[in-house]
Design a protein around this ligand. Sequence first.
Ligand code: CA
Length: 426
Amino acid sequence: MSPFSPALQSWVPCSPDSDFPIQNLPFGICRRPGEDRAFAASIIGERVIDLAVLHEIGAFEGIPLPPSIFLHDQLNPFIALGKTIGRTVRERLAEILREGTSHEGIKGAATRWLIPVREVQHLLPVQIGDYTDFYSSLDHATNVGKMFRDPENALLPNWKHLPVGYHGRASSIQVSGHAFHRPKGQIKPEEGPPVFGPTRLLDFELEMAFVTGKETAPGDCIPTAQAEDAIFGLALFNDWSARDIQKWEYVPLGPFLAKNFASTLSPWLVTLEALEPFRVSGPEQDPPVLPYLRQEGAHHFDIHLEVAIQPQGGEPYTVCHSNLRHMYWSMSQQLAHHTINGCNIRVGDLYASGTISGPDTGSFGSMLELSWKGTREVPLGEGQTRRFVQDGDTVILRGYGTRDGVRIGFGECVATVLPAREDACG
Ligand code: CA
């Protein structure tokens, strides 16, 4: 039996609709409330796995791991050990967690290393050095082009020749479960000079992010065929945007303050190995891409994505169903393009997909598109509607794939919008 066959069952309870069966085993960083000690973790069903305690009691015997490798507040040192180590640790975890495990002693100590997920606090899984945001969904780029430029000629001339991207801000990326204040900034009314105030057009962006697990030297490049070796794992990403600030500031250098006030990352890095069953071919790329961007095989992933808005005191209402397979450019192509000029990468760097929209109205990955620039109301149920995100709203991203009865998911990527700060400058 493969270490992660669909038939594999665990002695740890896990409901069929959990994102975290024994076949997933993603990596994250957790802390017990009131304790300083952060630890590297995995998750199965509703229970977090303390890898530091497992290591201490000898569960990883035979795997060359430094003694305190799981006692950092970031996964970077573990990821830097390389993919083979990461894969071996996941396989050992599966051996320990499977029904009929031969690791009886480790299983017997389960109360020490299995913790109900509600009892832990999540930290960012990695220390993010650099953050890059792409713009790789054809439907999203087409929608934005139709709204703001030419409905007949929506895509800019470069779009199908290279994965468009920009360098974002790493410091304001926070782990799921946070809240932030509505940002303020310069807004230009239709008539007259710009004014200063809270954004009126706060938006989410449904994205998937990947984290690199390798370091390259300045001058090196990564070919598409080897790009996946440099990708450690994926997480959901909400790249919050202030559309009115964006509209005024973005010329000519692109997004700045409209994008750097907050972004939300889901807590678990799901490995490419766990996503193997969901591989699919990407769209035909026409016109043909330059040789350094060409790739053979299936490098896209069939992962259902959705966004729900939960008004303060209300129930969550799903406003968007999309799919990671809607990407035009694959992660491999993004990374190959990113490094083709000799730009070096580091362990823990984050790369987001850009908003992932599908072809149908219900699959648009931002309020900008769902409300078509604020021209139509998006129903939330219970008589509520939205054009953009309001104060008190919680936005919840989810993502999962299902094959052979096994669901591999990402957990939730959640953040709540608070009113603009009264005491802020200006
Ligand atoms: Ca974005």
